[in-house]
Design a protein around this ligand. Structure first.
Ligand SMILES: NC(=O)c1ccc[n+]([C@@H]2O[C@H](COP(=O)([O-])OP(=O)(O)OC[C@H]3O[C@@H](n4cnc5c(N)ncnc54)[C@H](OP(=O)(O)O)[C@@H]3O)[C@@H](O)[C@H]2O)c1
Length: 262
């Protein structure tokens, strides 16, 4: 069994560590984690059973592959200081915007690397894991990573040019959908539903609608039409959402993400 290290265990790194261990994709004994502040990791390590590494250099000695989950503005300084320890290793990265071509200019030539854009629902086994098509892992290394990540969600392979849009839709998407859950729940609370019940209603409805689309392959518009009977109540709500610019608000949200750094 290969050993996997994580540099950074914040929101995304932490979600992946939790998902991979809790869904049996990797044994906790084969997981090493290096954080900026190792003391912050102790409770997390106690809960899941992974090893804490004191430095990236030490973690590179103890593992076969390292997944980078630090903020984009940290990565280049980290690689400048310690990039040499990655020689001959597998490097996985979930850092937004750092794709294969960008890493080719930053990493020692012997590093085999793959850019993965995940999302936080990976922690509960329902993630979206977008693998960049371009990589230089061997076939068996790629199969190992693919199988491991398939245990915490659905893996999609995307050409490099579509990784930013995939990141905006499915990487940022959990934040957008959580806002929808919160807003719909607020509306329920306004009409007397206790807050906790309102969250449960909205979340289960969202889960069910998504599952229905995935399992039937129905056009989302058909699912909407199936709820809107003539002279009914739902179509009035649909009109109110259209008036409020709901569709263009979501498209604007993705535009805003895509404009970042340009
Ligand atoms: N959040 C998401 O939903 C999501 C989705 C897809 C991709 N991503 C990508 O995931 C990466 C991390 O995002 P995040 O939301 O998880 O950020 P975050 O919560 O701030 O986590 C980053 C972690 O990296 C640690 N860190 C910083 N410098 C380090 C170093 N030199 N050595 C070891 N650890 C270091 C930080 O530790 P301290 O806090 O102790 O400084 C922090 O725990 C980003 O590049 C982002 O593009 C995030």
């Amino acid at each position: 069994m290969k050993k996997l290290g994580f540099l950074g265990a914040g929101n995304m790194g932490g979600a992946l560590i939790r998902g991979l261990i809790e869904f049996g994709a990797i044994d906790a004994d084969n997981v090493y984690v290096c954080g900026h502040h190792p003391e912050k990791l102790r409770a997390f390590s106690k809960e899941l059973g992974f090893h804490i590494s004191e430095s990236l250099e030490q973690m590179a000695k103890d593992t076969d592959a390292i997944l980078f989950a630090v903020k984009p503005y940290h990565i280049e300084a980290v690689l400048e200081e310690s990039g040499n320890c990655l020689k001959d290793k597998i490097m996985l990265s979930v850092i937004s915007g750092y794709d294969f071509d960008r890493y080719e200019k930053l990493l020692p030539p012997s590093v085999r690397h793959l850019y993965i854009m995940p999302n936080t629902p990976s922690s509960v086994g329902e993630g979206v894991l977008m693998f960049e098509e371009k990589h230089n892992l061997t076939e068996s290394e790629h199969a190992w990573v693919f199988d491991m990540f398939s245990k915490i969600g659905s893996v999609f392979t995307l050409p490099s040019r579509l990784m930013p849009a995939g990141a905006a839709v499915a990487g940022c998407g959990p934040a957008f959908i959580a806002m929808v859950l919160e807003a719909l729940s607020d509306a329920g609370v306004k009409y007397g539903i206790p807050r906790k019940t309102a969250y449960a209603l909205a979340a289960q409805m969202t889960l069910g609608t998504a599952k229905m689309q995935l399992e039937t392959g129905l056009h989302p518009g058909e699912i909407k039409d199936g709820v809107c009977s003539p002279l009914g109540t739902t179509i009035r709500g649909v009109q109110a959402l259209e008036k409020a610019g709901m569709r263009s608000a979501f498209m604007d949200a993705v535009d805003a993400v895509m404009q970042y750094g340009k």
